[in-house]
Design a protein around this ligand. Structure first.
Ligand SMILES: [Zn+2]
Ligand SMILES: [Zn+2]
Length: 116
């Protein structure tokens, strides 16, 4: 039985030859890293940007739906116990539902938007 999963880059869908902890191929990873240093993120608190970057590096942001208007991601908490649905404008995590503060999930989605 072939137990090797057919892994594909969660960003561009290209087949991955090597194990990827974040689910990205080398090119997409470089793009995401560059985007994480974008000046556009200066509007957010830096510890939240760090958290968002960490989430991306752990492969915790998985695209669910990609329609032209709205990209929805599944974001997984660092302990892997909770998962939220996140878009640029909204998130189902406790912070996101209150909508008073920006949460790291939405920042992570913003980084991915910048990386595309
Ligand atoms: Zn890719
Ligand atoms: Zn959130």
């Amino acid at each position: 039985m072939d137990t090797t999963p057919d892994t594909r880059c969660t960003k561009c869908g290209r087949r991955l030859r090597n194990y990827s902890p974040d689910g990205y191929g080398p090119k997409c990873r470089a793009k995401v890293r560059r985007a994480a240093r974008s000046r556009e993120l200066a509007q957010y608190k830096s510890h939240l940007v760090d958290k968002a970057t960490e989430l991306l590096e752990q492969g915790g942001v998985i695209p669910l739906r990609d329609t032209r208007k709205n990209v929805v991601y599944l974001t997984v908490s660092s302990d892997g116990l909770e998962a939220y649905r996140t878009a640029r404008a909204a998130c189902t995590c406790p912070v996101g539902l209150r909508a008073t503060y920006m949460c790291a999930h939405r920042i992570a989605v913003h980084i991915l938007t910048l990386a595309s």
